[in-house]
Design a protein around this ligand. Sequence first.
Ligand code: SF4
Length: 253
Amino acid sequence: MKNAKPKTASAPAKTRSKTLPKTAYSKDEIAEVFRRFSIQRPEPKGELEHVNPFTLVVAVALSAQATDAGVNKATRALFAAADTPEKMVALGEDTVRDYIKTIGLYRNKAKNVIALSEKLIADFGGEVPRTREELVTLPGVGRKTANVVLSMAFGQATMAVDTHIFRIANRLGLAPGKTPDEVEAQLMRIIPDHYLYHAHHWLILHGRYCCKARKPECLRCVIADICKAAEKTNTIPAPLVELPQQFMDPPLP
Ligand code: SF4
């Protein structure tokens, strides 16, 4: 399934809190950072394979502490066998466990997949709900999973803070925060609305391919002149061009 697009840029609920630490960047600098990201990757996509909102919920729930590529490998066969909550329940926990046993924490995740399928049938008519409040009532679905589902399945602008986004937000001083929730609130507040829908993927991909955890590749960085990270090793921005496909996708396992 292709990612849903933000048809009406469904106004994100911008959280404002006086207690949040301040970004180290001016409004213009933030706009310029995301303008450059938008040129590098005009159409960033989520990497988790899915065929409908239900399989996306399952894929995201399975992806905790696992790579997207590893999840895709397991879910291709699983989703061919069961792409609705009803079929998943019919498959049963033991069989689901067999399909996903290459993924970390698979026993618990198989339990959750069945439990969330049962809840979708019992409480939501077999449909994936469209609000964060409802999504987080599903077993194995936390705020981050709900944000990914709202964005990828329903085109809502959200900010699911993963390890890359948390690192970049703090390393650059872009949206400092002690917890993913703090970083999420700060990013939702400072990123211009028209960049918000894709911002989640831009930050993840920038972290995965350029601003890497152990050693950021500042020589290849298009925001090296703006970045205020202490670890920065270069101040000349890399040429601003659309990147080839290999910098759009997850690395192979
Ligand atoms: S200049 Fe270096 S530290 Fe700053 S964002 Fe780019 S890669 Fe990361």
